[in-house]
Design a protein around this ligand. Structure first.
Ligand code: COA
Length: 161
């Protein structure tokens, strides 16, 4: 199977939205798609995996998190403890028909290769065990739990690399 990895473009919007809403409960990663594609300052990394011209997976990464988000108290702490620039992965998603083919890992590693000196963190729902295993395979470690992060019933685990 040939898999092409390339930056997301505005013409991918329809497929991006479909994939996002089918697999990602909130249906929005906190960054507008247009902003991801325009990316004038290079803060974002938005890459898709394509099979026969169909989008089967993508990652949205924020290379310089502190430049696009106001850091929470917790994130300020991460910055102080690591002494590094923070990067974040709001979403990495692979269509279920294409799971376990290393597409997610390739997308994540492609992002990490761009930010070798940063500390990268990912918030994961405590119920999403698949994502937790996935991140551990990619070399991330669970470093904290944020109680009621998503809502009253759902905590977030913070994975760092
Ligand atoms: C998490 C997700 C992105 C993984 O994508 P993927 O392309 O299927 O994962 P990969 O094939 O790259 O997996 C690499 C390794 O991660 C681990 N892994 C991946 N999915 C796993 C699962 N469901 N259960 C346990 N381990 C898993 C395995 O160690 C796997 O290696 P292996 O297949 O040789 O055992 C995909 O399941 C997904 O889109 N989930 C829904 C969206 C989501 O939860 N995103 C948040 C991710 S932080």
């Amino acid at each position: 199977m040939d898999i092409i990895y390339r930056p997301l473009e505005f013409s991918d919007l329809y497929e991006y939205k479909n994939l996002l809403s089918s697999l990602f409960s909130k249906g929005f990663v906190g960054v507008l798609f247009k902003e991801l594609c325009d990316n004038p300052n290079g803060y974002f990394f938005a890459q898709g995996a394509f099979v026969e011209d169909k989008l089967v997976g993508f990652i949205v990464g924020i290379k310089e998190y502190g430049k696009v988000r106001q850091l929470s108290e917790f994130e300020n702490g991460l910055c102080a403890v690591t002494g590094k620039q923070l990067a974040n992965v709001p979403a990495v998603v692979v269509h279920e028909n294409f799971h376990r083919k290393r597409i997610g890992l390739t997308l994540l590693n492609n992002f990490l290769a761009k930010i070798p000196d940063s500390a990268t963190f990912v918030y994961v729902p405590h119920t999403n065990l698949a994502a937790q295993h996935f991140l551990e395979t990619a070399g991330f470690c669970a470093n904290a739990t944020l109680r009621k992060f998503y809502d009253e019933f759902e905590d977030a685990l913070v994975f760092m690399k």
